[in-house]
Write a protein that binds this ligand. Sequence first.
Ligand code: GDP
Length: 191
Amino acid sequence: MIVKIKDARYVGTLYDNLPDLPEFVFAGRSNVGKSSLINMLVNRKSLVRTSKQPGKTRNVNYFQVDLVDLPSIHMVDLPGYGYAKVPLGMKDSWGRLAEKYFHENKNLQLIILLVDIRRDLKDEEFMVFDLAKRSGCEFLLVATKADKLTRNKQQQRMADIKKLCGMRPVLSSALSRDGIDAVWKTIVEHL
Ligand code: GDP
């Protein structure tokens, strides 16, 4: 691990009056592995609850992460989008929430967008690209659940995803813990 974690804790939501810290936001479809990735990055089993009921958390949750010899940061967990069983209108409310979050967010340093390595990017991912572009923020694309594919298949999917959006993702796996260093490296570059 290229950084050392002093402490990581839940500090509130978008609606709380939190101190200004550099923000790194995690976005992605429900069940993509967002909670698992954040837990893996901060070396905790269940700071962010991994859920068997996707779409349940609808808040924009803030976690303060204190690092050794580096400034503290906020890791921000956007609610997962695109869960088929959420009531009609949820997509719109997700869009509104995301818009509110991205709008004039001066602390936002980097958007970490997660996609399941086995799935192609859909409208929702392109919507996040669009929100990001408008907020002028940089992107990191992470392809999760890499352990589900062989190495050859992983490379093929990386090329497919790059063809779709022009960006080569970082591979991650909550099982093998691949991806930790690459994601932290990018976070540190944006501090
Ligand atoms: P979230 O809804 O995006 O927060 O996704 P979770 O982190 O809760 O993960 C959803 C499901 O996928 C859980 O059953 C996890 O154990 C599983 N999962 C998450 N990441 C990985 C991974 O890298 N590899 C595998 N095989 N399963 C994963």
